[in-house]
Ligand binder design. Structure first.
Ligand SMILES: Cc1cc2nc3c(=O)[nH]c(=O)nc-3n(C[C@H](O)[C@H](O)[C@H](O)COP(=O)(O)O)c2cc1C
Length: 167
């Protein structure tokens, strides 16, 4: 089976997952691992994205839209998270970019740290609105995301890959 790992990673979190997949995949099956390629052919596409506005990145959306008749498994990092419902909602939006001729396998999601500027923005907002619970939660979430992807996430994506390859 020809397998391609294609990802878009702005700050490196999704690349960490992609690198883990590359390490775990049988080298003879891996035809490509990297950012959006031109002209590769594979049977199974492991497609990685950061989360932008509750969906995959525009680059990944464009890449997904070109695939037909393939098997596709999405892996992604999100700044917010910790809830399956949240990840499922993102996945539903990602799926709108995938043609029905493709087979779609279950996705993998985990949190990914956000740039320090995001925290600075939240802190400014919190100063102006000290009673705002949503802002406080966003700050707590920022700190929760700060250590991800971590070793647990990497173990989880290895298990996910085993299940994908067993399908
Ligand atoms: C412009 C921008 C928009 C983002 N939008 C979301 C979002 O809607 N939901 C979310 O959970 N995380 C969002 N994030 C956080 C990133 O998806 C998250 O930090 C991710 O792990 C980054 O992955 P990367 O390091 O591979 O680029 C956003 C980050 C940026 C920079």
């Amino acid at each position: 089976m020809r397998i391609a790992v294609v990802y878009d990673s702005l700050t490196g979190n999704t690349k960490i997952l992609a690198d883990e997949l590359k390490k775990a995949l049988p080298p003879e099956d891996l035809v490509y691992c990297g950012p959006l390629p031109d002209g590769i052919e594979a049977d199974l596409y492991l497609i990685g994205s950061w989360t932008d506005k509750g969906s995959c990145s525009a680059k990944i959306a464009g890449f997904l839209e070109k695939l037909s008749g393939k098997t596709i498994a999405v892996f992604a990092t999100a700044g917010f998270g910790g809830s399956e419902e949240y990840y499922q909602a993102i996945f539903e939006r990602i799926k709108t970019h995938i043609d029905q001729s493709n087979q779609i396998l279950p996705p993998f999601f985990c949190q990914g740290k956000m740039p320090a500027g995001v925290l600075a923005r939240y802190q400014k907002l919190a100063e102006a609105n000290p009673a705002d619970e949503k802002i406080r939660q966003s700050i707590a979430n920022f700190h929760q995301a700060a250590s991800h992807p971590d070793e647990g996430d990497l173990a989880n994506i290895r298990t996910w890959l085993e299940n994908i390859l067993a399908q």
